[in-house]
Ligand binder design. Sequence first.
Ligand code: SF4
Length: 408
Amino acid sequence: MVGDVPIGGGAPVAVQTMTKTETANLTATIEQIATVAAAGADIVRVAVPREADVAVLPQIIDASPIPVIADIHFNYTLALKAIDAGAHCVRINPGNIGGHDKTAKVVDHAKASGTPLRIGVNSGSLPEHLRALEFESPVEALVAAAVEWVVLMERLDFTNFKVSMKSTSVPNTIASNRMLAQRIPYPLHLGITEAGTKWSGSIKSAVGLGTLLADGIGDTIRISLSTFHAEEEVKVAWEILKALKLRERGPVLIACPTCGRLQFDMDSVVAEVERRLEAYDDPIEVSILGCAVNGIGEARHADFGITGAKDMGMIYSKGEPLKKVPTERLVEELFAEIDRYYAAGRNVVRDESKAAEARAWLAEHEDESELTPERLAALEAAGADADVAAEIDETESPVAGRRFSRAG
Ligand code: SF4
């Protein structure tokens, strides 16, 4: 448990971030914690490099709506003080805290006060005796370092910890965490160090952490992005968890990629819908299609959606038209329908005459002969299915007379 947030043991993957403020700047730090908590952070970490930072820790913990982890490097006395200050967890890197004795002092103190620790191993601070192995196999060196610290923790009779191994390399992060997950029973914190800007860092994190999370590895995650806005890290973390259907939070927006059939300013519509959806907590699915030639097609399952054309567009729900509206009112009317749905206790309110009008509009614009990206994808998927079916037929065994089914 980090405060009231369970980590590991089948608990939902917890979202972490780290404040970017100087921790001792109370106003700025508390403000940023409030922002990241509102964005969905379950836990926040603050850097504690100086005495002034540990001195304000009690006030930060008091004001924070979510558990606070103190992040400590090099100075073990700051770790002791952070535990005394009531930090919900303390992150140390035994590789740079000053040797086994100092690590043991922190562990004893954590044990006495019931404070969990995060044991961090970093590709940049491996112990001397693993340097040769690091040269040969950075992944094995990272895992060996992590396992050594775990053994030390157990020797100190301490098991209230999670482990993190950080590397700037995505393949090494994936390989080392896969290996470590096989070797230790403790929760894992996942992250890619110095992932980069919002754009490249989000992609690296989605690939690295997404791969591990899809394997069922990882109990808490932090997306490291080079931005002062820590809430951006939280949003990316949530998108990864939502994409893998590991957790739900807020609406899911689906939009077609657009193509030459697009006849209205869909970029602005998507941006506006995304912005306005931030005000909703419910995990409703909203879809935006750039044209009506596909009909409602793949967006059939969406709770609400819009499809536009040059002057007119249509709002639909669960594959059924609701009404047609002028393009410039699409967003407004979409949200009016969503709000009506909530006001009616999560029931879609349908006006049959308007729905009939919209159905007629859709029939006029739908064109089943057009090879749209969606239809091409559907054809390809059907082709792949047919190939698989043919292969299955070929695997019919003449000896045993058995037929391998897809499920089998
Ligand atoms: S054909 Fe598909 S991708 Fe192109 S605008 Fe229409 S819905 Fe979007």
